[in-house]
Design a protein around this ligand. Sequence first.
Ligand code: AMP
Length: 282
Amino acid sequence: MIIHNTSDSIQRALLPFFKKNKSIGFVPTMGALHMGHISLVEKASIENDCVVVSIFVNPTQFNNSQDLEKYPRSFKDDVKILEDLKSNIFVFAPEVSNIYANKIISKKYRFSGLENKMEGKHRKGHFEGVGTVLNILFRIVKPNKAYFGEKDFQQLQVVKKLVEIEKLPVTIFGCSIIREENGLAMSSRNKLLTKIQFNEASLIYKTLSEVQQKFNVYSISKLNNIVKERFKNRNLLKLEYFEIANIKTLKTVKRKRNNNTYRAFIAVFLGKVRLIDNIMLN
Ligand code: AMP
């Protein structure tokens, strides 16, 4: 498998696809690949003539330099996993300098307020970083379709808004969350957990499932209290936020309204490892 480390190299490789109007599917990742990523690549591979998988740990979306430093990297294993899929895959793994030249800064974006909620509130500048790198990657790869996981549901909504703002000719697809056997959403960050933390982390999905089951019966404030109660006195788990939000605006909901669709969102710390998850409620 040829790895493309520069925008020139990947564009040269994709030239025949651009010329013949063949469909290019794109799966942007930060590497440390797992079955969640692979599910996106497989879907992209079924729906397109080729798939570009980018592996790029994007510095501008990290608001904490330690988090960036510690982010899991397993490039050789990633390439092996992609090779084993035996699909028409191009790996694009640029250097930071190739994406940002010598200015590692985000473009100023407003995503209709989506950027200020939940992840945006707790990780200042995160979505400006995500928007900046994706805008650059989309303009290099020029995909027809791009695939994102609902695991990062807020990001998925932000990306759809980015495509509108930047008028990019790409269709965005959201894909279901892939989970471990204990229910924990797969994440590159799970590699940073100890066995005990990994087991404890199953409480995240267990609690989300409980909220989903009780959604029609209990009020929002009662559900919020149930979640707080579940995470109270847990030595290894620290709840950062739990919110029930409207899926379009991502605004926190205090009272359910007919004809609105809601999801529950959660962020939890296990030591220094921060995990997020979400679930559809109605
Ligand atoms: P990341 O490498 O964490 O930036 O993720 C790259 C893409 O994979 C994003 O669109 C994520 O939402 C998606 N993804 C990550 N984990 C999962 C999962 N467990 N299930 C489905 N998609 C996922």
